[in-house]
Design a protein around this ligand. Sequence first.
Ligand code: HEM
Length: 325
Amino acid sequence: MRKICTLELFSAKRVGSFRWIREQEVANLVKTLRTAAHQGDVTAGFRTSDLYPSLTFLPALTGFKDKLEKMRLEADSIFDAIIDERRSQRSSMSSSSDGEVVEDYLLDVLLNLHENPSRLELFIAGIETSAKVIEWTMSEMIKHPEVMRKAQTEVREAFGEKGGDVEEASLHRLKYLDNVIKESLRLHPPGPLLLPRENRESVELCGYHVPAKTKVFVNAWTINRDPRYWSEAEAFCPERFDDRVIDYKGNDFQFIPFGAGRRICPGFDFGVEVVKLTLANLIFHFNWKLPGEMRPESLDMTERLGASVGREYALLVIPVPYHEN
Ligand code: HEM
C-alpha cells in the first residue's frame, strides 16, 4: 500500500491531475451548506461526519469485535458497490474506444494496478484523518474569533470580496491559513502515537535500555506540546509559525503530525491540500456562529481517543452565507 501511495497515487503529477475533482467536491459542499442555510435547515449545526459519511460508523472502531466486523462488512459493501460501478463504466468505455486504459479517478489507478484494490485502509487513513483536521481547525478558529477574522480577511482579499471560487492552484497565497492548520495539527494530531515501530537491535536511548524487538510508540501528541520546544505550548497561536521554517516532512522532530522517517504518512501533501482547500472555502463563503447564546471561549475541546483522536462532542456551528452566491 505504501509503495502504491508513493509511486502511483500521490506523486505531484497525479495529485495535480485530480485537482478538478477536489474543487468540484468542495464546491458541492459549499452549495449544499448555502442551500441549507437559506432554508434555515442548519440551525442544528455542522458536523464534519455529515460531510464524510464513512465517519458516522468509524467511531464504532472503539467498540467490540462483532461491532467491528459488522462495520467492516458494511464498509466493504459500500466500497464494493463503488468499485463495481466504476468497473462497469470502464468496460463500456473501453469497448467504445480502442481499449485504452482510463485514469480519471484515484480508483482507476488502483484498478489498473490490481483487480481487487485494497481500499479500506486507504480510505480510513486518508478520509478520517483529514476530516478530523478540518473539524479541529474549525473548532480552534471558532474558539479564537481573532484567528478566524484574520484567516477570513486573508482568503477574502486573495480571492475577491465579491465571491467566486477558491482555486486550489492559488492556495499557496494563504500563508496565515497554512499557519493555522499547522498550529491545529500541533495541538491535535489525529494520529497521536504514530504507527508502532520495532527496533531490530537493542539500544541505549536517553538513559533507557531498549531490548531488541521492543514495540515502540512515539508520542507525537506530547512532543508537539513539549514546553522545551514550544513557548506557551498549550496556547493556540498560529503566529508562532510566522518566523519558524518548519514543514510537514518530519525533519523537525518537535513537530511530527505526519510522523517521520520511513513510515512517514505517504499522503501528507494530498491531505494538507484537501484540508486547506476545504477550510479556505468554508471560511471564504460563510461566517460561522455558535448556536444560541454560546460563547466561543466556552466551546468544549475535550478529545476522544479512537482509531484517531477526534472531538468528544460534535462541533455544532451555524453557517451564515457571506456572499450573495
Ligand atoms: C491531514 C491528514 C493526515 C494526517 C494528519 C495523517 C497522519 C498520519 C500519520 C501520523 C501516520 C503514521 C506515520 C508514522 O508512524 O510515522 C500516517 C500513515 C499513513 N497515512 Fe496518513 N495522514 C493524513 C492523510 C492521509 C491521506 C490523505 C492518505 C491517503 C489517502 C494517508 C495515507 C496513509 C497511509 C497509507 C499510512 C500508512 C503508511 C505506512 O504504513 O507506512 N494519510 N498518516
